[in-house]
Design a protein around this ligand. Sequence first.
Ligand SMILES: CCC[C@H](NC(=O)CCC(=O)O)C(=O)O
Ligand SMILES: NC(=O)OP(=O)(O)O
Length: 316
Amino acid sequence: MKQFTSIKDVQHLDELVNEALALKQHPFKYKTLGENKTLGLIFLNPSLRTRLSTQKAGQNLGMNVIVMNLDKEGWALETQEGTIMNGNTVEHIKDAAAVMGQYCDIIGIRSFPKLQNREEDYQEELLQQFIKYSKVPVVSLESATRHPLQSLADLVTITESTTSRKRPKVVLTWAPHIKPIPQCVANSFAEWMSQADVELVITHPEGYELADEFTQGATITTNQDEAMQNADFVYVKNWSSYRDYGQVLTDGAGWMLTNEKLQQTNSARVMHCLPVRRNVELSDEILEGPNSLVLEQANNRTYAAQAVLKRMLEAL
Ligand SMILES: CCC[C@H](NC(=O)CCC(=O)O)C(=O)O
Ligand SMILES: NC(=O)OP(=O)(O)O
């Protein structure tokens, strides 16, 4: 595996999920695989889970892990081609990425969308520049349109939590928020579920349709109650409008998941990638109740990252 930026980089999905589950049982089985190899984790946005779980995953494989908040600790980056750098930017991404590629054998990069220009965000310009100029394998720690490590962990969690032979009904439901949030987690979750053996239903208010490329095969409805019928898993996430790019179109009154709404499901397990705006996106009663899987998801982030890093190390 040379890159891990989307499900398109995964050849055998079931094998990758099973590898993550196996590593969860024996996390130190390959503790020398990454010996004398350096993993660089570069963040242009905040993180708790991705930073800690990916660092732990690298260390479980024996890697040296270096972490940098490039937005706070590095030089102001220039990303435009041919710029005369006589303004506020100090270092071109061409130079920064090339130098990091000299220090690291594998680079993880987090760079959220700006949520201003849809075409620019959806071209994944910064991620592509990092891949081009670092010249080493790159793993996405959440880019402008996807969050593949989160989605792999989510699929691992659904897989280990599916007890019956019935094909699970998985509902991705939009949730209220107080500010514009990326579509990345929703895009990525829908894309991974479309390749998994589940029935996917996506529910959101009018105007929050995700880009078609991510929702192939899903049932899409603006009727949340209808979506909840007999659901086995409910994935809760806010995202800003793709249609009216980066906009918040509604306060989402009545869209926050509650125990009452959960009564319509098949005692569904409730998922959220975290961080969560409690009692805005998701109620305390659910987060602290028996149906929540949010901590299992967070724990599985380590083994999802470890399975990916193992494959990238094996391909070096
Ligand atoms: C893993 C999720 C990261 C990010 N979350 C946020 O930006 C939440 C920010 C907030 O709630 O203020 C997102 O939704 O893409
Ligand atoms: N779910 C997730 O990626 O969390 P962080 O943004 O804290 O890394």
